[in-house]
Design a protein around this ligand. Structure first.
Ligand SMILES: NC(=O)c1ccc[n+]([C@@H]2O[C@H](COP(=O)([O-])OP(=O)(O)OC[C@H]3O[C@@H](n4cnc5c(N)ncnc54)[C@H](OP(=O)(O)O)[C@@H]3O)[C@@H](O)[C@H]2O)c1
Length: 411
């Protein structure tokens, strides 16, 4: 019997993984496809899901030959179809072309895909990720907004349907690795590191006039615009605290944040006896992405090894909650529970967008988020539709607040 189970496991693990990549044209998506590119015999791409970036999607289709390609809008579908014709690909070689919310769910739940990489930014990725979880798939989760908005619902579905949810976010991936080393009951604390972003050493007063270009200049990671601005406000770290609470069943007070500008240590766990384990690796997302694809196995990864000659300069210090109030707000929202974190995410997305458009100042991001939270009543969402409704309502409120401030930009 045991031999049969082991044989089954070996056969399953030896089989090729068939992937749906949600957000294939983004930073995580392109890194995922690079991991695939380097181990072509191990992976087959079933579906590529993009938003608006048709040019990158076309080159991905030509290289990876998915069965299905999905874009966000019907207009995008027309552009995709025109571009495939222009690229000279015979119609018989085209993938099936789809667009919109339903199509994203369709390719995430299709029996042909055993693994879904969830790397769309924002709640646009929630439903497809949730439905993949409900089909019991392996889900590599980069899209932190999924758990920030719908953590309770998604984690209940993980338990109910036996899905394998492996975090891709480097800190959570690090925590996942650390937690394999000991008994979960003996873990008293999770410590997430933060680079501190581009304004770590900028005095609070000077933050009034920082520009989007300065905020987009992240010291250690190259990422999409939203997460880069969220790293500059430390909202990203706040989201990560919330994500960690859901993923690993911690209370917010059990999750600490420590500033570590070198971003070499990603996460640490502290046991009840005071012993601490750390996960350390290069600042390259292909390692956690590959881990999410191969767990529980480990393969050679196309990333640099840790340079220990630089370790003597590693620093660790506490975050400045006064200068970065969104981090504290994230703790408070997770303590509050219910829809607070969904509103936090929605308001932040609108405020970040307005900052990037030059409509509001950097410090107004936190003010708009806090003000939106005070105006949107908390409730307990029961379904994805409930979450999306709270998300819409929170965005509308945040947009109003942006409108009332636009023109008052000092940056
Ligand atoms: N980058 C990192 O190192 C990193 C690390 C940890 C966690 N994460 C998380 O991973 C997620 C992705 O981050 P990223 O840096 O890869 O972002 P990104 O570079 O901005 O990419 C976002 C992806 O989402 C797609 N997208 C956006 N709206 C969509 C929609 N309505 N329908 C379909 N696709 C849509 C984009 O498509 P188009 O470009 O085609 O419009 C793009 O493929 C975020 O939640 C982020 O917090 C990222």
């Amino acid at each position: 019997m045991l031999r049969d189970i082991m044989a089954d496991t070996l056969i399953r693990d030896a089989a090729m993984k068939t992937l749906t990549v949600l957000g294939s044209t983004g930073s995580i998506g392109t890194n995922t496809l690079d991991v695939v590119r380097r181990s072509r015999h191990q992976y087959q791409v079933y579906a590529l899901v993009a938003g608006q970036n048709i040019e990158t999607l076309i080159s991905q289709i030509l290289e990876f030959r998915p069965k299905v390609a999905v874009v966000a809008t019907s207009a995008g579908l027309v552009r995709l179809s025109d571009s495939l014709t222009a690229a000279g690909l015979a119609k018989s070689e085209w993938p099936e072309l789809l667009w919109g919310d339903e199509a994203r769910v369709q390719v995430s739940t299709a029996p042909e895909a055993d693994t879904v990489i969830s790397a769309i930014v924002g709640v646009a990725g929630l439903e497809a990720t949730y439905e993949a979880v409900r089909r019991g798939k392996r889900v590599g989760l980069a899209n932190k907004e999924v758990l920030v908005s719908g953590g309770k619902l998604v984690m209940e579905a993980v338990r109910e349907h036996g899905a394998l949810l492996v975090p891709v976010d480097s800190e959570h991936n690090g925590a996942h690795q650390c937690l394999r080393a000991g008994n979960r009951e003996a873990v008293s604390k999770l410590i997430l590191t933060a680079s501190g972003g581009p304004f770590r050493n900028t005095p609070k007063e000077a933050l009034r006039s920082v520009t989007p270009e300065q905020a987009l200049n992240h010291p250690t990671w190259r990422m999409g615009n939203r997460i880069t601005i969220d790293s500059a406000t430390l909202m990203n770290k706040g989201f990560e605290v919330i994500e960690a609470c859901w993923l690993f069943d911690f209370a917010p007070r059990q999750v600490d944040v420590v500033i570590h500008p070198q971003s070499s240590v990603h996460a640490m766990i502290e046991f009840t006896d005071g012993s601490v384990l750390a996960q350390i690796s290069a600042t390259d997302m292909r390692m956690p992405i590959q881990y999410a694809l191969t767990y529980p196995d480990r393969w050679e990864a196309p990333v640099p090894k840790v340079d220990w000659t630089k370790a003597k300069n590693w620093e660790f210090f506490p975050p400045d909650y006064d200068k970065f109030p969104l981090l504290r707000l994230a703790y408070q929202c997770q303590e509050t529970g219910g829809s607070a974190t969904c509103t936090l995410n929605a308001a932040d997305e609108i405020a970040v967008e307005a900052f990037l458009q030059g409509r509001i100042a950097f410090l107004a991001i936190a003010e708009i988020v806090a003000e939106t939270l005070s105006r949107i009543p908390g409730r307990t969402p029961q379904t994805v539709s409930d979450i999306l409704e709270i998300d819409r309502e929170s965005r509308a409120q945040a947009r109003e607040l942006v409108m009332s401030r636009a023109g008052a930009v000092t940056a």
